[in-house]
Design a protein around this ligand. Structure first.
Ligand code: MN
Length: 229
């Protein structure tokens, strides 16, 4: 049986169609098929997600800071409240099933907020690396150090890994229950996982833009899909 991966719907405009296709290509190479989950009705989204073998939380707009107890800062992007609500409820229902979860970019941020953590609302004034390097999305722009004994380290190896970077927010205070698995050169959390969960992995970068030419990044999708079988 081909594993079905549920992904909350990101939108239908041309830019999002392009971004969505990268997830589909990476998951198809790994032997899975994708089911896009509409987010307008959170309860229906939960039901649809629970029918899938795995969950991928994809990139997208900034999480509403009110969900982690802060007022939106000037440089915080416009939130998508329907997506925030649906994805938090999906996580709440999906985590207890122990089915695999892969969270990417906004996804790792949603996961941290779900676990009670907070986010840096804008990195531009505090970053040393360029974390908003859209033009280098296929090749990578900074490295991350992987922490020993984490799932991510087992998948990607001990050496620093070059990753792309298309984010202006990042995890600030880590949510209780999450373990850090990757840290950028300038000290920001770029990977987390849920200890003892069979496969609940979040990364701040976009492996779907590197996976075509970088076997290590494709391996993230391969391992995720293998865990869904
Ligand atoms: Mn980065």
């Amino acid at each position: 049986m081909t594993p079905v991966i549920g992904i909350p719907q990101m939108g239908h405009d041309l830019f999002r169609k392009y971004m969505k296709q990268k997830y589909v290509s990476s998951l198809t190479r790994a032997g899975a098929e994708v089911r896009w989950i509409p987010v307008e009705d959170a309860q229906a989204a939960v039901t649809a997600a629970l029918e899938c073998d795995g969950l991928l939380l994809p990139g997208g707009s900034d999480v509403n800071p009110r969900l982690f107890g802060q007022e939106p800062a000037e440089k915080c992007g416009k939130p998508n409240d329907l997506r925030d609500a649906a994805e938090l409820q999906i996580l709440d229902a999906f985590l207890p099933t122990n089915k695999p979860i892969l969270a990417i970019c906004r996804g790792i941020q949603v996961m941290n907020v779900y676990f009670g953590g907070t986010l840096h609302q804008d990195l531009s004034k505090i970053q040393v690396c360029n974390h908003s390097a859209f033009l280098k999305k296929n090749k990578g722009s900074h490295t991350v150090k992987l922490l020993p004994r984490t799932k991510l380290c087992k998948l990607l190896g001990d050496a620093p890994v070059k990753v792309n970077s298309l984010h202006h927010q990042a995890i600030d205070r880590l949510g209780p229950g999450l373990t850090v698995s990757a840290v950028s050169e300038d000290g920001f959390i770029e990977g987390v996982e849920v200890f003892l969960h069979p496969f609940c992995v979040g990364v701040q970068w976009h492996p779907e833009h590197m996976s075509k030419n970088d076997p290590a990044q494709q391996q993230l999708f391969d391992a995720f899909v293998a865990a869904c079988k």
